[in-house]
Design a protein around this ligand. Structure first.
Ligand code: AHR
Length: 499
């Protein structure tokens, strides 16, 4: 049994607020992420409200999803919003060229997305089409969604069933425009982005002021630095006509490209490869922050990690363009590690979106017809709800290491924060797949919360066994001034601490 680890939590929460938007989600028109996962249609035998499946909405409400990014991803740069409004039987059927080459019926358009966001209580993060669209098209979409005045587009929105304007608090200015978004050089993207940022206006009465809608320019992918540098340079020397509030970063945990790590049936070596890759998020954020600090030392602009998650070999027999993969305890652990890293960078990271919400990549939920299963990643997001908008409390601990050579990893990771009611919460990830860990926490006497673990790192929830990986209660405490908390091997624990 490894030696106990002392974990010291700073007495006062001197850290930044962990923006609830780091717990955002991403729902792209890809595979069965939207069609089947969210949208079943009004006439479906699967219980639904206006075509949106009820079981999924109920499950997502428990996550207090702060924002959903839509319609892509790569799909955003080939999306034309007019194809997705008006009578369903007159909507354009197109081919989804990025994802599987299947027909895209446009049955789920702006009204259906906004309805979904409202049903789950989330805000809209809309990505506009810079790659194959025009600034005028994007500007008109924003007017259609947000204008309250009596304009032709507001009337059209009302005729399509929505009189009141919607809010659009987050706007993506393109997506991966170095690649699927038009293969643009960084310099070319910046010129396009400035034009779009100049002409797209939010007319919602609560969001008309500059800065009330967060505009996110495209920044880094895992190994491309030039976009962030060029965007920041342009921002520093901007004139009055345009502005942005954030720069994106995309990082998938793949363990190599193309993705080939298995989603199931793997051992401790492949587990270590995935976790080693996941932990590089820390370095990427530090590097992107360092670039941004040179142009923006006052940290006005945010980093939006608006795509992150594990990207594995597709499920055998599935359409490889659908990016369908199972979700194991390992993936829940990866989620917790990423969330801890975002929290530690809360001074810069204000938005993050796990890819993706349902049936695609690191999903919260898997569906099959009328059946639904909650993944280990879902449980981690649910357990982390208390950290939304809590204030980070610096934590000191010597994590130690387990394993050898390239596969040596820290034994634990931890993060603490104080919520608005004054309650202190601690998240501990025991990365070690074989050994439990005992933690001593001075200044606290009791802990109560939940822990997520399972017999193996590749344990999953299936339709046959939907609760194989499920949180269970975790309690510790006594009368002494130092709490001893025992966390099992390969686990994520979130507990409320009391002095
Ligand atoms: O999430 C899947 C895809 O990954 C997105 O569409 C794209 O932006 C990224 O490359």
């Amino acid at each position: 049994q490894p030696k106990p680890i002392e974990l010291a939590i700073a007495a006062d929460p001197t850290g930044p607020v962990i923006d609830r938007h780091i717990f955002g989600q991403f729902a792209e028109h890809l595979g069965t992420g939207i069609y089947g996962g969210v949208w079943v249609g009004r006439d479906s035998p699967i219980p639904n409200v206006r075509g949106i499946r009820t079981d999924v909405v109920t499950a997502l409400r428990a996550l207090k999803v702060p924002n959903v990014r839509w319609p892509g991803g790569c799909f955003a740069d080939e999306y034309h919003w007019r194809d997705g409004i008006g009578p369903a039987d007159r909507r354009r059927i197109q081919i989804n060229g990025n994802w599987g080459g299947v027909p895209e019926p446009n049955a789920f358009g702006t009204h259906e997305f906004m309805d979904f966001a409202e049903q789950i209580g989330a805000e809209a993060f809309i990505s506009v089409n810079i790659g194959s669209g025009t600034a005028a098209e994007a500007a008109q979409w924003l007017e259609y969604m947000t204008a309250e005045q009596d304009t032709t587009l507001a009337r059209e929105r009302a005729a399509n069933g929505r009189a009141a304007p919607w809010k659009v608090p987050i706007l993506g200015l393109g997506n991966e425009n170095w690649g699927c978004g038009g293969s643009m050089s960084a310099g070319h993207y910046v010129e396009e982005m400035k034009r779009f940022a100049s002409f797209i206006r939010n007319f919602h009465p609560a969001q008309r002021e500059t800065g009330r809608m967060k505009r996110i320019a495209v920044g880094w992918d895992s190994d491309r630095l030039d976009y962030t540098e060029e965007v920041m340079k342009a921002w520093q020397s901007r004139v009055y006509s345009w502005d942005i509030e954030g720069v994106s970063l995309h990082k998938y945990t793949t363990g190599g490209w193309p993705p080939r790590l298995p989603a199931t049936g793997f051992g401790h070596d492949e587990y270590a490869i995935a976790l080693t890759d996941a932990l590089t998020m820390e370095t990427l954020l530090a590097r992107q922050s360092a670039i941004m600090d040179r142009y923006d030392p006052g940290k006005k602009l945010a980093i939006a990690v608006d795509e992150w998650g594990v990207w594995l070999a597709p499920n055998p027999g599935s359409n490889p363009g659908f990016l369908q993969q199972q979700n194991s305890l390992r993936d829940g652990i990866v989620a917790a590690l990423n969330l801890n890293i975002f929290a530690r960078h809360a001074d810069r990271v204000k938005i993050a979106n796990v890819a993706q919400m349902i049936n695609v990549l690191q999903a919260m939920i898997l569906t099959d017809g009328g059946r639904m299963v909650l993944t280990p990643t879902y449980h981690v997001f649910r357990m982390y709800v208390p950290f939304q908008d809590a204030q980070l409390m610096p934590v000191r601990f010597a994590a130690g290491r387990y394993g050898e050579g390239a596969h040596a990893l820290p034994r634990i990771d931890a993060m603490a924060a104080r919520d608005k009611s004054g309650q202190v919460w601690l998240a501990v990830v025991n990365i070690d797949p074989e050994a439990g860990t005992s933690l001593t926490v001075p200044g606290y006497r009791t802990a109560a919360g939940e822990v997520l673990t399972a017999p193996r790192v590749d344990s999953i929830n299936s339709f046959a066994m939907p609760a194989a990986v499920a949180p269970r209660p975790l309690r510790a405490g006594g009368s002494g001034p130092t709490l001893t908390l025992v966390v099992p091997a390969r686990s994520v624990a979130v507990v409320k601490l009391s002095p």
